[in-house]
Design a protein around this ligand. Structure first.
Ligand SMILES: *Cc1c(COP(=O)(O)O)cnc(C)c1O
Length: 368
């Protein structure tokens, strides 16, 4: 960052950083559509190009570290998992993105590593499991229960036992949680979600304290070829420019919807840390600078959940999250054994009254 930019707020950094500088420079980093380069600079696109670099500069400045972009969130996660030694142990929060869970499960089955689950809401349980572990992997707020984990406390414990800690911060975005300041070794984002923000690309990012900390994953990216495309990098950076305004609006609407859902007779439970009686509320208030725009709610049965989702028109039944459009899905499709009748909602930026009217109509129809 240049001198004055260290004083800029995160909102300003998201808009201003990662742009070409100097007289006559374009305001936006153009997509670099080249696989190879003349001798003397970047050699080959798999080692990283200007398209990747501009995005990485902006994300690094938001997280307070150095960033490395990947072809998807899973490619980013897999690069970190690859740094675990053969036969090593990955300690995982039991509420985790299903793709990461499946990856670790496959690797465990192949004898590559051990996936040991722990109740990460209970720091004493994590501390008891840390000795001998090679990596601690947590996600907050978590998927799909929107649980909030104490990153600072878990980071302190991990450091005490010399275990690197990964925080999947996809739901929080770089604007609501700063895991590196709280003790994370690596921060992971699926940039497919809020950072891209328009459901039109796949990308991931890993952030570490500095380039040296990133070196092992940079090596993995280079050799696995998990680099993002130039157009994806361009679009993800363009998405990042509006992250602050998109998130402010979606989050304000999520707060309104969570309160109204909690009052609806067909809703048995709402998971949203912005609600004062949510178990994660106090921690989220201390640890985050907002509660995010992801919420889950339960209706009486899986069948009722399917009927609600079939009854909405504006709210699109679709997986994934973090786009400008409100999407929802019955999460037991993926996370087997999660709460019965749980519907996860990614609140978008439409008018909140239209989103509520759509959900309420579908919920009211359960009575018929
Ligand atoms: C989507 C997601 C991922 C995986 O990212 P992709 O870009 O789909 O590969 C990882 N973690 C979380 C929390 C996610 O929501």
């Amino acid at each position: 960052m240049t001198d004055s930019s260290v004083n800029w707020t995160l909102q300003t950094r998201a808009v201003a950083l990662g742009r070409p500088e100097g007289p006559g420079a374009p305001l936006n980093q153009p997509p670099v559509l080249a696989s190879t380069f003349r001798e003397g600079g970047t050699d080959y696109a798999r080692f990283g190009t200007g398209s990747h670099h501009a995005f990485e500069v902006a994300i690094g400045a938001l997280e307070g570290g150095a960033a490395l972009s990947f072809a998807s969130g899973m490619a980013a996660a897999a690069a970190i998992v690859e740094t675990v030694p053969l036969g090593g142990t990955v300690l995982t929060a039991d509420n985790l993105y299903h793709g990461v869970r499946s990856l670790l499960g496959d690797l465990q089955q192949a004898g590559r590593l051990r996936d040991v689950r722990v109740d990460a809401l209970d720091p004493a349980a994590v501390e008891a499991a840390l000795p001998g572990a090679d990596l601690l992997w947590i996600e907050t707020p978590s998927n799909p229960l929107i649980q909030v984990l104490d990153v600072e406390e878990l980071g302190r414990l991990a450091q005490r036992h010399g275990v690197p800690m990964v925080v999947d911060s996809t739901f929080a975005t770089p604007l609501r949680l700063r895991p590196l300041e709280l003790g994370a070794t690596y921060v992971v984002h699926s940039a497919t979600k809020y950072i891209g923000g328009h459901s039109d690309l796949l990308m991931g990012v890993v952030v570490g304290r500095d380039e040296a900390a990133l070196a092992p994953v940079a090596r993995r990216r280079q050799l696995h070829g998990a680099v993002p495309g130039a157009l994806e990098s361009f679009l993800a950076l363009r998405g990042l420019r509006t992250l602050a305004v998109r998130l402010d609006r979606a989050e304000a609407s999520a707060g309104v919807l969570a309160e109204r859902l909690a009052q609806h007779p067909a809703v048995t439970r709402v998971c949203y840390p912005g609600l004062p009686d949510d178990p994660g509320h106090d921690l989220a208030t201390r640890q985050m600078s907002g509660y995010g725009a992801m919420l889950s709610f339960c209706v009486a049965s899986e069948d009722a959940a399917d009927r609600v989702l079939a009854g909405t028109r504006l709210v699109v039944m679709a997986t994934s999250l973090g786009g400008v459009e409100t999407t929802a899905e019955r999460r037991n499709r993926w996370n087997e054994g999660t709460l019965t009748g749980l519907i996860r909602v990614s609140v978008g930026i439409e008018d909140v009254e239209d989103i509520w009217a759509d959900l309420r109509t579908a919920l009211d129809a359960l009575d018929d």
